[in-house]
Design a protein around this ligand. Structure first.
Ligand SMILES: Cc1cc2nc3c(=O)[nH]c(=O)nc-3n(C[C@H](O)[C@H](O)[C@H](O)COP(=O)(O)OP(=O)(O)OC[C@H]3O[C@@H](n4cnc5c(N)ncnc54)[C@H](O)[C@@H]3O)c2cc1C
Length: 451
């Protein structure tokens, strides 16, 4: 039998039930190809707001192929607009000065928290907004177009700290720490988190942890130093990876919730960086810090797995940040090309500029699709390790290339701060380094495709 017909399937739109629903609809398709009237009469309760137009064939095609959709829902469009408006009204003013003076965007983060963007994917049971990862990608892109120092703080709090705690923390840990973290504030004060994996001798090779947590019965005694910590001085809570049993290698690594205010925690000087200069990056040292036993996350030896799983999702955030930096640079280059004149015409009429813009737009669109696919996989319970690495390596290299070309399109004006593109170019570089360098992403990708 060949393809038999074209039907419309109405899908209910509820977060979390996409996968079982797909199975149900696939089975229904088979029946309804034979008895089309069954489709509507069996499922009259399906919502008419989310419609998937489905060519249905009986043979030779996977049952879920027709679920590919490239349209955002109304909710997604609203979130995207809210993030765009926020970026333009709250982040754009003062962004050049914050970059120049390395000023942490505290006011912006507090307002972002009021919007519910500091715990976007956290369940409302723990003070979060209960949104999906697609919404997070959209918001990250819009905010990163304008200020990547704001978006990195948002990304760490959302995907490294809050997600890790919600996925692997116990009920007490979630109530005590996740709820204020997801709200970005406690008693009216900023309350955010940081993720402490890197050390002076442990970057890409994160298994070489030297920070130790010695089991002392009722508590662990934490000693060591962590490097390059985003939100280092602004965070109230740290998720710290440390070695509890050196002999066990990566299986001897644990992860602990540590409060910055505890005795023995010292915040080092702020790093003077090339880009994302508003974000506060510090080394953090621990000297005989007593960590209560109940602050270990997960079973003994879970720390390295925790870090890897959390970073997989974090990479979707950084890929989206890179996407936003690229889009911001492109939009500025496009606008500039329409008003700057050279040789008697706007530079957009020169083919060399047109081709640059065409390549920028194409690479950005490819990056966006990779980010959204990784997010969609995460939302649908599909392994997203490969897609998040692909999204990160491609979007970050796109951000670097597009922002450099955007400076070129601006000529000399691109080289000064006023036109923003030089800052976007400086900001782009870090997306190729943190949460796994481009080389590390290629290791992850090649392992996955060669196994
Ligand atoms: C601004 C900033 C913010 C950061 N925020 C955080 C944070 O919040 N929390 C945190 O834990 N860390 C953070 N980091 C650390 C960051 O994740 C590391 O810098 C990164 O993982 C690289 O580690 P490294 O700097 O030690 O470089 P190295 O690991 O020493 O790498 C040096 C070079 O060698 C390459 N390389 C290494 N191993 C291989 C290999 N096997 N094959 C091929 N090439 C290889 C790398 O790709 C790189 O090009 C941050 C860093 C910066 C700069």
């Amino acid at each position: 039998m060949q393809g038999l017909g074209l039907f419309i399937v109405f899908l209910p739109q509820r977060r979390g039930d996409a996968a079982p629903l797909r199975l149900r609809v696939s089975a229904v398709n088979c029946i309804c190809c034979l008895f089309p009237h069954l489709l509507i009469s069996t499922f009259p309760h399906f919502s008419r707001t989310s419609v998937s137009f489905s060519p249905i064939f009986l043979l030779d095609l996977p049952h879920n192929y027709y679920h590919m959709q490239f349209q955002l829902s109304e909710e997604h469009l609203m979130i995207q607009k809210a993030a765009r408006d926020f970026a333009n009204t709250e982040c754009l003013p003062g962004v050049i000065e914050r970059d120049e003076h390395q000023k942490f965007p505290k006011e912006q983060i507090m307002k972002l928290a009021e919007l519910g963007f500091m715990g976007m994917m956290v369940s409302p049971d723990y003070g979060g907004s209960g949104m999906d990862t697609v919404s997070y990608v959209l918001a990250m892109e819009e905010i990163s177009k304008v200020d990547a120092s704001v978006s990195v703080c948002m990304s760490v709090n959302n995907s490294l700290v809050s997600w890790g705690l919600e996925a692997f923390g116990n009920e007490e840990q979630k109530k005590k720490y996740l709820t204020p973290l997801a709200q970005g504030q406690k008693d009216g004060e900023l309350y955010i988190g940081a993720f402490l994996l890197s050390e002076p001798e442990a970057g890409s090779d994160a298994t070489s942890q030297r920070t130790t947590a010695e089991d002392k019965g009722d508590y662990y005694l934490l000693n060591g130093i962590k490097n390059w910590i985003t939100n280092g001085s602004s965070a109230s809570v740290y998720l710290v990876m440390a070695q509890t049993d050196v002999a066990k290698g990566p299986k001897g690594i644990n992860v602990f919730i540590v409060e910055k205010a505890w005795p023995g925690v010292t915040v080092g000087a702020k790093e003077n960086k090339l880009g994302i200069r508003g974000s506060d990056t510090h080394s953090i040292s621990f000297t005989d810090v007593k960590v209560p036993k109940e602050n270990r996350i997960g079973a003994d030896g879970f720390g390295f797995t925790f870090a890897m799983k959390t970073l997989s999702g974090g990479r979707i955030g950084i890929a989206s940040q890179a996407l936003g930096i690229a889009s911001g640079a492109y939009e500025r280059a496009l606008a500039y090309s329409k008003q700057r004149k050279a040789f008697g015409k706007e530079i957009m009429h020169h083919q060399a500029i047109q081709f640059k813009l065409a390549d920028m737009a194409t690479r950005i669109e490819a990056s966006r699709l990779l980010c959204l696919k990784a997010a969609w996989e995460k939302d649908n319970g599909i392994d997203y390790t490969l897609s998040s690495s692909m999204a990160k390596v491609y979007a970050s290299e796109t951000a670097m290339w597009v922002s450099t070309e955007a400076v070129q399109v601006h000529g000399g004006y691109g080289y000064v701060k006023e036109f923003h593109v030089e800052r976007l170019m400086r900001d782009a570089k870090i997306t190729q380094i943190y949460e796994g360098t481009s080389e590390v992403q290629r290791i992850v990708i090649s392992r996955a495709i060669l196994k």
